[in-house]
Design a protein around this ligand. Structure first.
Ligand code: FAD
Length: 510
């Protein structure tokens, strides 16, 4: 297919990367990026790039990836609760300042022959090009203007977050809560340069209001920093900050918006990156998704005979991967929203819960990759010495075999006896709601009291994960015994949920 003109709306990571790849594949085409901002003079904050993303970027364009890696900062992970800290060695986690990443991508786009036009805000209707790539970010005006064609939906998270930074490099990435007189704040912080770290702080709505941040948010004009919040958090996180300051960059409390669109393309216009979809920052993949979209778009345009076929092929390839990550991200967001409820767990067990929170990592795999954390975590769950926790291959069955004493009853293992299903005091509850939905909250508050809740529902993977997540919410809200039906094929998922105290017992089905 011959393209003479390609217009890219938005010079974020998705737009710049798409422009470079498309220009290399269509050297005769005029490729222009329109970016409303000017090249960033501020330092910005960092974004993370996981190892698999780096592999995909290397396959697509080794040269730009080399520049990204050279400008990025490697780090390991840790979690600290009170005085207890656990560390996870992780060879390939990278973070890079957003401004640095953009500068690298701008350089490579220009080197390929792309024209970059800064300070030019454009509407899609003003662009006359064979292909228009709308990479205009989470607030995409293109998506709004063509809402009838794209069918966008937005879901807001329950919690609030604030994205800021500090001017020193933390020794490693850290997740850490701080409990103040107003409630719990959790920091996700990581170094991204020799003298910079990202600090992402989140809290629940009640704490936010108690601390007066509803007022400071309201009073902070757009484009400015919510300084009262930054001052408060700087003091609250003084230990992690090691006496350094928290710096804002148009920093205000926000709720995360998950964007989904029924269609990603119409005529010659295609959505890419945050304009088409977002995934909660706690799985660190917004930049990855935008850049991987660019790779898929470039390949589809190169392979197809017509633009229609190319854009359909792009969407067909990317949609399943994006939706899968959005599911994981939504589960992760709900896990972080409810993080303060788990603070009574020893930090190693909390790390087991964290790693298995989205059903992506099984407990045996985690035990294999990080025994120094998983073994004490599982020992805390089982109430045994670390030496009694078996090898990773035997961990799933070992968890399922742990006895449980609850409500005056002794259970020899974590598989529920069938008689319990029909026992007086056990309430069967069919779960057909997403765990983070208002319907789930309604279901939980409307539950009649019972000694045990036995959760049933469909047998597919997502429904099973939903059931276990709703189970945790009911368990924490009621203190009752929680049993969940789990298809036999998901034994490892069931073990992860038990070890993380999402449910007390499971019943295998099928
Ligand atoms: C708190 C937080 C933390 C995050 N952490 C991470 C992380 O650790 N790892 C990660 O991978 N991702 C992270 N992300 C997500 C990441 O920032 C985005 O997913 C990513 O930047 C998306 O890239 P994009 O190119 O699609 O859009 P953007 O980066 O938003 O770029 C869109 C660009 O379009 C421009 N624009 C918009 N409208 C117009 C117009 N009409 N005309 C001209 N220009 C226009 C904007 O100025 C902007 O430069 C985080 C996001 C948040 C909110």
């Amino acid at each position: 297919m011959k393209l003479d003109t390609i217009a890219v709306l938005g010079g974020g990571p998705g737009g710049l990367y798409a422009a470079r790849l498309l220009k290399r594949s269509h050297p005769g085409a005029e490729v222009t990026v329109y970016e409303q901002g000017v090249p960033d003079k501020t330092f910005g904050f960092g974004v993370g790039l996981a190892s698999r993303t780096q592999r995909n970027l290397r396959l697509a364009d080794e040269e730009s990836l080399d520049s990204i890696v050279a400008a990025a900062h490697g780090h390991e992970m840790s979690m600290r609760v009170g005085d207890s800290e656990v560390r996870l060695a992780h060879g390939e986690l990278l973070a890079i300042g957003r401004a640095t990443l953009l500068a690298v991508l701008q350089k490579h786009a220009e080197a390929a022959g792309v024209e970059l036009r800064f300070g030019e805000r454009r509407a899609v209707a003003e662009l006359d090009a064979d292909l228009v790539v709308a990479a205009d970010g989470i607030s995409s005006a293109t998506r709004t203007e063509l809402a009838g064609e794209f069918g966008p939906e937005t879901a807001e998270g329950e919690g609030l977050y604030l994205w800021c930074g500090t001017d020193f490099a933390l020794p490693r990435a850290i997740f850490t809560p701080v409990v103040t007189k107003h409630g719990t704040f959790v920091a996700h912080a990581y170094p991204y340069a020799a003298d910079r770290s990202t600090f992402l702080i989140e809290t629940d709505e009640k704490t936010w209001r108690r601390a007066g941040f509803d007022v400071s948010t309201h009073e902070t004009p757009n484009g400015e920093n919510d300084q009262p919040s930054l001052d408060y958090l700087q003091e609250a996180f003084a230990e992690t900050l090691q006496g350094n300051r928290l710096i804002g960059n148009r920093t205000k409390w926000l709720r995360f918006r998950t964007i989904r669109c029924r269609h990603w393309h119409t005529r010659n216009v295609v959505l890419l990156g945050d304009a088409a979809h977002t995934a909660h920052y706690s799985i660190g993949s917004g930049t990855k998704l935008a850049m991987e979209d660019a790779i898929a778009l470039d390949r589809a345009v190169l392979a197809a005979g017509t633009l229609d076929d190319a854009l359909a092929a792009y969407e067909a390839e990317r949609r399943p991967a994006v939706e899968h990550l959005q599911d994981i991200a939504e589960r992760s967001m709900a896990w972080w929203d409810s993080f303060p409820d788990r603070l009574s767990m020893p930090v190693e067990q909390l790390m087991v819960a964290y790693m298995t929170r989205a059903g992506k990592v099984t407990v045996d795999r985690f035990a294999e990759s990080a025994p120094q954390v998983a073994v004490p975590g599982l020992a805390a769950f089982g109430g045994v010495e670390a030496g009694e926790v078996p090898s990773p291959a035997a961990v799933t069955e070992w968890i399922l075999d742990r006895p449980l004493a609850s409500g005056g009853h002794q259970f020899p293992c974590r598989t529920a006896p069938e008689a319990l299903r029909a026992a007086a005091g056990t309430l069967p509850v069919e779960i057909s709601v997403r765990p983070w939905s208002p319907e789930a909250a309604e279901l939980i508050t409307g539950l009649p009291p019972a000694a045990a809740y036995w959760l049933t529902g469909p047998g597919d993977r997502e429904a099973t994960l939903d059931r276990l997540d709703v189970g945790e919410r009911i368990r924490r809200a009621t203190g009752a015994l929680l049993v969940a039906d789990v298809p036999a094929e998901f034994r490892a998922v069931a073990a992860g949920a038990l070890a993380s105290e999402r449910v007390d017992l499971v019943a295998f089905t099928g």
